[in-house]
Design a protein around this ligand. Structure first.
Ligand code: NDP
Length: 545
C-alpha cells in the first residue's frame, strides 16, 4: 500500500527507456520521456499510468488529412449499415457485449492502468455500463425509434407520420475521466440508430478506444463505422470541421463553448455534457449512516473525478455532528494506493493539471479558515504517480473556490443549513446544474424538493449511479450543458426527424387559388368553429375526428 507523503510539487521527468508497452499502435522502442499529454517528436502521444508513472504506450496522432480520411471511410460505410434491419445491427452489438463481458478482466486491467481508477471502479463504472448500453439499445432501439402517427385536428383528410432517420456520422469527443463508458455508450446508441461514429479520445487516455475499435471489429462491425482519431484539441476541432453530421462533446465548460461555436459554424447539432458542482442536501430526518456511506462514495469514487461527484454537502444543523463524524470515519478507513489491486478503494489522479486545481482549491480553503477533518495530503512520486487523499472539510463558505468551482478531486466540503428553503437556495446557488442529491426518509418531501432543484438529474437517497442506468436521460442545465445522452431522448437525438404527410382524401380546401372574400370568411368561420369550445365538446363526445 502506498504511503502518502506531503506534496512535493510536480514530478521531475527524466529521459527514460520505455519499460512496457501494450495495446494498439504502441511501440516498444526507447523514447525520451515526453510530458503526459504532449505530442512526442515522433508524432505520438505518450501515455503514462497515473497509479505508477510508468509508460503504458503510445498512439499515433492523426493529421488533418487522416481525420478527413477517417470521416470519409465512415461516410462510405454508413449507408449500407443504415439499410440493415435493427435485428442485424442488434446481433453485432450483442456480440460486442458478450465479448466485452468475456474480456472484462482484461479491459478493467487496462482501464485501471490508463486512467488510474480502481479495478472495481473500472468494472462498475466503465465496463458493465457499456455492456448494459449494448444490451439496452440492442434490444430497445427499434421500439424507441419507431414511427409515430400524429393526429391532425384541423386536417382530417391527411395523415402525418414522424420517422427517424440516422443523421449520418456522429463525432464523439470524449474526456479522460471515463475514457470508455462515456464514448462507448454514446457510440452504441449512435450505431444502433444506423449512424457511423468517429471518436476523438482525450489525449491523456487514448489507448482504450483503440481496444474498443478492435473489439467492435471482432464483433462483426463493418470497417469504417467506428473510427478513432487520436490527438489533442486541434484534432477534435478538425473533426468538427470534417463533414460530420452531429457532435457529442463531453468535457469542460471552456472547451464546450468552443465546440458549440464550431458546431454552429458547420450548422450541425451538438450535445454538450460539461462540468458539475453537484450538491447533496441531507435533511434532518435522513438516515445518517446510509447518507454518509452514499455521499462518501459519491464524493471519492474515481478520486472525485466524476462530473456528477458530490462536491458540496448541506446538512441540517441538527444532524451535522453525527453525519460529519460518520463521513470522516468512512474517509479515514478508505485504502488508497496503486489502483491495480482489488483491495484499494481510492486510486490515482489521472492528470497533473487536475492535481494542481485540487491543490489550489484546498490551499485557498485552508487559508480562509476551513478545517480539514481528514485527508488533505497530496503525493506525487518522482516516477509521476499522483494521489490526493480523500478529504473532508468543514468551515467552508459559498464564496470559496472549493464550493463554487468544479474541483474534480476527492474533496468534500460540509456546510449546514437551518431550513429546507435555505438548503434549496444554497444548492441552486451555482453556475452548474448537472445532478443534485436529496437525503430524507420522506419520499414525498424528496419529490417536492426535486421540483425545486435546478439540475438535469435529482436522486433521492443516492448518488452518481444513474449514469449507468442506460434507460434514463443524462445531461445538465446552466453551464453543465445542452441536450441529453442515454435513454429514449439520447437515441432519438441521434436521428433526423422526418415528417411525412400523406393524403387520405383530395379535399378542395378554401385556402387554394383563386382567393376571394368568400373563402376568407369561410376560413375564419371554420377556424372559429373548430377552435371553439363547442367543437371541443363534440370532439370529446366522438373521441377523435
Ligand atoms: P476538456 O474540455 O479539456 O477536453 C475534452 C475533449 O475535448 C478532449 O478530448 C480534448 O482533447 C478535446 N478538445 C480540446 N479542445 C478542443 C477543441 N477546440 N475542439 C474540439 N475538441 C477539443 O475536458 P477534460 O478531458 O479535462 O474532461 C474533464 C471535464 O469533463 C470536466 O469538466 C468534467 O466535469 C467533464 N465531464 C462531464 C461529464 C458529463 O456527463 N456532463 C462526464 C464526464 C466529464 P485533449 O484532451 O486531447 O485536449
Amino acid at each position: 500500500m502506498l504511503r502518502l507523503a506531503a506534496y512535493a510539487g510536480p514530478p521531475q521527468r527524466k529521459g527514460k527507456i520505455m519499460a512496457e508497452s501494450i495495446g494498439h499502435q504502441v511501440t516498444a522502442r526507447p523514447v525520451s520521456r515526453a510530458p503526459q499529454g504532449s505530442v512526442t517528436s515522433q508524432g505520438t502521444l505518450a501515455v503514462y499510468e497515473p497509479g505508477s508513472g510508468k509508460l503504458l504506450g503510445e498512439v499515433r496522432v492523426a493529421t488533418a488529412a487522416q481525420v478527413r480520411e477517417t470521416v470519409q471511410a465512415a461516410r462510405a460505410a454508413q449507408p449500407e449499415w443504415a439499410r440493415k434491419s435493427f435485428a442485424a445491427r442488434r446481433e453485432v452489438l450483442l456480440r460486442f457485449k458478450d465479448l466485452l463481458l468475456d474480456r472484462a478482466a482484461e479491459f478493467c486491467d487496462h482501464l485501471t492502468r490508463e486512467n488510474g481508477k480502481t479495478r472495481n471502479e473500472s468494472l462498475f463504472m466503465e465496463v458493465l455500463p457499456v455492456a448494459d448500453a449494448a444490451h439496452y439499445y440492442g434490444n430497445h432501439a427499434q421500439k424507441l425509434l419507431r414511427e409515430e402517427k400524429i393526429s391532425l385536428h384541423l386536417f382530417p383528410h391527411k395523415k402525418s407520420y414522424l420517422r427517424r432517420h440516422p443523421r449520418g456520422i456522429i463525432g464523439i469527443i470524449s474526456p479522460w475521466n471515463y475514457p470508455f463508458s462515456i464514448p462507448a455508450a454514446d457510440a452504441i446508441a449512435a450505431l444502433m440508430a444506423g449512424n457511423a461514429v468517429v471518436v476523438k479520445p482525450s489525449e491523456f487516455t487514448p489507448i482504450i478506444l483503440e481496444k474498443t475499435r478492435a473489439l467492435f471489429e471482432e464483433a462483426g462491425l463493418p470497417r469504417g463505422l467506428f473510427g478513432v482519431v487520436q490527438g489533442k484539441g486541434d484534432v477534435g476541432a478538425e473533426l468538427i470541421r470534417s463533414g460530420i453530421n452531429m457532435v457529442i462533446f463531453t468535457g469542460s465548460v471552456v472547451t464546450g463553448r468552443k465546440v458549440n461555436v464550431a458546431a454552429a459554424e458547420q450548422m450541425i447539432p451538438c450535445v454538450l455534457e460539461l462540468g458539475g458542482k453537484d450538491p447533496a442536501i441531507v435533511l434532518a430526518d435522513a438516515d445518517v449512516e446510509s447518507a454518509a456511506r452514499k455521499i462518501a462514495w459519491g464524493a471519492f469514487a474515481n478520486s472525485g473525478q466524476t462530473c456528477a461527484s458530490v462536491e458540496r454537502v448541506y446538512v441540517h444543523e441538527s444532524i451535522a455532528k453525527p453525519f460529519t463524524e460518520k463521513v470522516t470515519e468512512l474517509a479515514r478507513k478508505l485504502r488508497q494506493g496503486e489502483p491495480n489491486q482489488h483491495e484499494v478503494d481510492v486510486g490515482a489522479m489521472t492528470t497533473q493539471a487536475q492535481v494542481e486545481i485540487v491543490k489550489r482549491h484546498l490551499d485557498e480553503a485552508r487559508q480562509r479558515g476551513a478545517k480539514v477533518l481528514v485527508g488533505g495530503e497530496i503525493t506525487v512520486t518522482p516516477e509521476g504517480a499522483r494521489f490526493v487523499q480523500p478529504t473532508v472539510l468543514v468551515g467552508t463558505t459559498q464564496d470559496m473556490a472549493i464550493v463554487r468551482e468544479e474541483t474534480f478531486g476527492p474533496m468534500l466540503p460540509i456546510m449546514t443549513f437551518k431550513s429546507e428553503d435555505e438548503a434549496i437556495k444554497l444548492a441552486n446557488d451555482s453556475s452548474y446544474g448537472l445532478s443534485a442529491y436529496v437525503f430524507t426518509k420522506d419520499r414525498a418531501k424528496a419529490d417536492r424538493i426535486a421540483n425545486q432543484l435546478i439540475a438535469g438529474t435529482v436522486m433521492h437517497n443516492d448518488t452518481l449511479y444513474t449514469h449507468a442506468a442506460t434507460e434514463t436521460p443524462w445531461g445538465g442545465v446552466k453551464s453543465s450543458g445542452l441536450g441529453r445522452v442515454h435513454g429514449k431522448h439520447g437515441i432519438q437525438d441521434l436521428c433526423e426527424v422526418r415528417h411525412v404527410n400523406l393524403e387520405r382524401i383530395d379535399f378542395p380546401a378554401f385556402w387554394y387559388y383563386p382567393y376571394s372574400r368568400k373563402a376568407w370568411a369561410t376560413g375564419l368561420r371554420v377556424y372559429r368553429t373548430m377552435l371553439g369550445k363547442g367543437f371541443g365538446r363534440l370532439k370529446a363526445l366522438f373521441g377523435r375526428y
